[in-house]
Design a protein around this ligand. Structure first.
Ligand SMILES: Nc1ncnc2c1ncn2[C@@H]1O[C@H](COP(=O)(O)OP(=O)(O)OP(=O)(O)O)[C@@H](O)[C@H]1O
Ligand SMILES: [Mg+2]
Length: 249
């Protein structure tokens, strides 16, 4: 995003606590319309807390969330969804006893107008048509992830918040899921994704922000960040050393 372009989403000094624990400490960044922005960081860095706070599922202790120029910090999740923020949560969180189609219809409840409906989701994922009456619990992890994405899409989001799409999926399935993102972008959806898999995040995103224990340790363009800086930011090393052993995934 250029400095002049108005941000679609601006997170301003956002601080979130879980009880006594400060899970997110004054994190700020902006995402421009049409951008793919990735949050990376190790287990417990605060990535899900950040996405959940943006989606309105966890109230911040301080800071603001501004969407399309409007302060939405105090709005409930349903109001954020109505304005065009949709979350694909970590671990998919489908209703296991509902069918594929019933899960998709949950997302269409009070949907915005836009290009996505059940039909369009079935075009994106043709295998779903035959399996639309099957219970979500019977799907594989990758299939469940696709339904979770479809459920978010039928709300016609302006920005899609994706929490660890690759979690627990085989690499070939991850590639298939990530292969979908360019099509979503060309439909006008902006993407804010969270990934533990740094290589995947760098491939998918234009800009990247690294969290470590709730604080920003690095932010920049994916094509300009070098591996040692990313590793230092990810692991919290003061200086990148060639022999620290083990690179982030
Ligand atoms: N509901 C909660 N209650 C208490 N502590 C929580 C809760 N959710 C998260 N935490 C803590 O907040 C910190 C950040 O957790 P969060 O889930 O945001 O990290 P994450 O970066 O998404 O990690 P992961 O990669 O494992 O998904 C961790 O220390 C975690 O234990
Ligand atoms: Mg998480």
């Amino acid at each position: 995003m250029s400095d002049e372009a108005p941000a679609l989403l601006a997170v301003k000094a956002l601080t979130v606590h879980h009880g006594q624990l400060c899970a997110l400490d004054a994190v700020s960044f902006s995402v421009g319309g049409g951008e793919t922005f990735a949050i990376i960081g190790a287990n417990g860095a605060g990535k899900s807390t950040l996405l959940r706070a943006i989606a309105g599922l966890h109230p911040p202790t301080a800071g603001r969330v501004v969407f399309d120029g409007e302060d939405i910090t105090g709005l409930p999740t349903t109001e954020r969804l109505a304005r065009g923020l949709a979350l694909v949560p970590e671990g998919r969180r489908l209703f296991p006893s509902l069918t594929v189609e019933e899960n998709l219809r949950v997302g269409a409840h009070r949907a915005r107008k836009g290009p996505f409906d059940l039909q369009r989701v079935y075009e994106l994922f043709p295998w779903m048509v035959e399996r639309r009456r099957q219970r979500a619990a019977r799907l594989s992890g990758g299939e469940q992830q696709a339904v979770a994405i479809g459920r978010a899409l039928v709300a016609n989001p302006r920005i899609l918040l994706l929490d660890e799409l690759s979690l627990g999926l085989a690499p070939v399935v991850v590639q298939r899921i990530y292969g979908l993102l360019p099509e979503l972008l060309s439909s006008g959806v902006t993407i804010l994704l969270v990934e533990q898999d740094v290589s995947q995040a760098m491939r998918a995103a234009g800009r990247v922000l690294c969290l470590l224990e709730g604080r920003t340790t690095l932010e920049g363009r994916a094509d300009e960040l070098d591996r040692p800086s990313i590793e230092a930011a990810y692991f919290g090393l003061h200086a990148a050393t060639p022999d620290h052993g083990g690179a982030p995934a």
